[in-house]
Ligand binder design. Structure first.
Ligand SMILES: *Cc1c(COP(=O)(O)O)cnc(C)c1O
Length: 401
């Protein structure tokens, strides 16, 4: 008799327990089985004491959540399908009709778009504040303010805010603050201990992170995290996360688990190469301004020193240049097209260097006084040999002569 499909599905074999390898196993699930009906009724997913459904967590997702808490100094973590979904999870969980959210003027663009789209449609208002002026943030907090977004450094113009003053202002006003910590990645500074050694730890309430960038590191996975130290806040975020169905795929989680052990080495390598190239760009006559928080004349450099300093300090793999205004958009585009090693593409944190021109005028209400006039180009520095990248930049600049 040929085998019955039942015997293939309900197979009795269980491998011996205790397998140990470098990477944890991958557990994939929509359905998970309960041993009996009583267990089904009793099992609780909210405190992670049992498994009930793939969307509610698996050994694989729990493992990454714990490691990310270690990376950022948090206590509870949620995984979401992208960095942007992490932003949406926070704003949708915490804001109600009639509330207002404050957002830095140099924030990651889609955070603004969410505020101007869905949040506005649902009766949630927003104001943009000057990321370089804590007094502007303080002045914009009203009784309607429910949430303040923070970002250090701004993702295109890389101004570094006085994060410590900003968080203090939020605490004094009793308003929740959520940090987009993608740039710092848990490595440049500790979001839940902004002043190491202080008697009372100064912490953001929530840290979100595009794991798409450095934690994964391959440029091939989208994922985000939402980390807190407050159980009550975590539960509010988690219930919204569950209702929205923000599941992540186990194979993607595995990619991030593989990337995480080398994150510090990669971040350091990106940092060193980026600074070398930013310094070199400062010597070039084509640029009116080079934006990188570790450069002494970059906006917010002093605040970067305080938060990420100590020795040479720590920074991520991004810098931007503003071309002198005598270079036309067409010339700047030709420069970007002329680069051979830098690919034209969004995102960052992977092995391949990237370049992207930005239309700053369309991103800000007015041209910021601290930025030179001209076309802005952002570089994400990958893991190629820095001499090759410098030669590539020089060759593409030569096309402008
Ligand atoms: C990339 C990025 C995000 C969004 O991440 P995705 O995974 O691409 O959605 C959010 N914030 C910052 C600062 C980012 O750089």
């Amino acid at each position: 008799m040929p085998v019955s499909s039942t015997d293939l599905i309900h197979h009795g074999y269980l491998p011996p327990a205790g397998f140990a390898g470098t990477q944890p196993g991958i557990f994939k699930a929509s359905t998970v089985f309960f041993p009996n009906v009583a267990a089904m009724r009793q099992f609780e997913w909210k405190d992670k004491s049992a498994y009930t459904y793939g969307l509610h967590g698996t050994p694989t997702s729990y493992t990454l959540e714990e490691r990310l808490c270690t990376l950022e100094g948090g206590l509870q973590c949620l995984l979401v399908p992208s960095g942007l979904a992490a932003i949406a999870n926070v704003s949708l969980a915490l804001l109600n009709s009639g509330d207002e959210v404050l957002i830095p003027d140099n924030v990651y663009g889609p955070n603004k778009a969410l505020a101007q789209g869905e949040l506005m449609h649902w009766g949630i208002s927003h104001q943009f504040y000057d990321a370089l002026n804590p007094q502007d943030l303080a002045a914009k907090i009203t009784p309607k303010t429910r949430l303040v977004w923070l970002e250090a450094a701004g993702s295109v113009t890389l101004e570094f805010p006085d994060l410590i003053a900003q968080v203090r202002i939020c605490k004094a006003a009793g308003v929740l603050c959520a940090l987009d910590n993608t740039w710092g990645a848990g490595l440049a500074f500790a979001p839940f201990d902004l002043q190491p050694g202080a008697k009372m730890p100064l912490a953001v309430d929530i840290s979100i992170h595009a794991l798409t960038k450095y934690p994964n590191g391959g440029g091939d996975v989208l994922m985000g995290s939402v980390i807190t130290r407050s159980e009550a806040l975590h539960m509010q975020l988690k219930l919204c996360h569950m209702r929205l169905g923000l599941g992540v795929a186990a194979n993607d989680v595995e990619s991030v688990l593989r990337g995480l052990p080398s994150i510090k080495l990669r971040y350091t390598a990106h940092d060193e190469a980026t600074r070398a190239l930013a310094h070199w760009c400062q010597t070039r006559p084509e640029f009116a301004q080079v934006l990188h928080p570790a450069l002494a004349n970059s906006p917010g450099h002093r605040h970067w020193q305080v938060l990420c300093g100590g020795g040479p300090g720590t920074a991520a793999g991004l810098f931007s240049v503003i071309f002198k205004p005598d270079y036309s958009q067409a010339q700047v585009d030709a420069f970007c097209d002329g680069l051979k090693l830098f690919e034209i593409g969004y995102s960052w944190g992977g092995p391949v260097s990237l370049v992207m021109p930005y239309n700053l005028a369309s991103m800000r209400a007015g041209w910021p006084a601290h930025l030179a006039h001209g076309t802005l180009v952002r570089f994400s520095i990958g893991l190629e040999a820095v001499d090759d990248l410098r030669a590539d930049l020089a060759a593409a600049l030569h096309l402008l002569a």
